[in-house]
Design a protein around this ligand. Sequence first.
Ligand SMILES: [Zn+2]
Ligand SMILES: [Zn+2]
Length: 342
Amino acid sequence: MNWRFALASLVAGGAAFAGQPVRVGVFSLFRPQRLVVKPAAAEVLRVEIDGRAVYLEGAQSAAFRRVSDSVDCFVRRELVTARRARVAARDGGAANFLLSVPGRIERRFRGTLEVASRGGALEAVVSLDIETAVASVVAAESPPGAPIEALKAQAVVARSYYLATRGRHAGFDFCDTTHCQFLREPASDESAARETAGLALLYQREPVAALYSASCGGRTKSLEEIRLPAEGYPYYSVDCAACRREAREWTARFSGPDAQRLRARPQSEAVRLEIVRRLGWSALPGNNYQIEPEEDAVVLRGRGAGHGVGLCQQGAAAMAATGVDFRVILNRYFPATTIAVR
Ligand SMILES: [Zn+2]
Ligand SMILES: [Zn+2]
């Protein structure tokens, strides 16, 4: 997830709307002019256009095309022009459907869909239950083979993040790019979300915009250590035994302006993001490193991967493998927080 976004949410503090659906703007990167929706998994879809309902099943589909501020809806050989269209299950609730930008991308979703014309493109907003969203994040972002208690810790982290940061876009809560948080296909196994349903990390009674990274390298970082302003939850540097023993070691060498930047602001997440956006993630895997200055260059000897703030996925998996409960994992990586239903 993006730092500016994460920080904006920390500054704004958390506004919780537990129980309300999460609204995700999807495919906005494609600026779609056309969208096609069809039923998935033997679902019957109810398409509402200007107060009229049409039903789709099997291989039937509905196509939407932007025409200035309206949407042309092609459903079952009829064309209706409307301000917006809504797609849901037969009873008006969450449905399984496939949404595509023809020729570009197709994805499966579970929720309801609204299509409208906004800013020269079709805006597609999927509303889904927060627990469905949490389960899909756990499935997409967890390391393969992570034990259930680590997955439960990840579920609480994802839920806290959603609760703390929703409403970041006009018209919807989150986008489906790295700017917000990945939203992938619905998870096939939702047990980690279900077994922690409603639980969030709270700091001073507000949900924490909880961060996580792959492998801290032996010690997690506070926001201050990676030169980010600490407002709201400050994060703490905590010992991570698994990463101290097992984190992957790496070496990187930089010269010229990058060497100067790293020398002036070692461990800065902003500097790291600037470098990896240009050179790729493997150019500077994480913030846990020692700097060795050379003539007109620096050599970085590091351990682990990611920004190193908050939940360490490698450490959480190792703790869970020894039989530790997800609450113990969260208490370790998020000192001074409580775990409660929001
Ligand atoms: Zn976003
Ligand atoms: Zn770690």
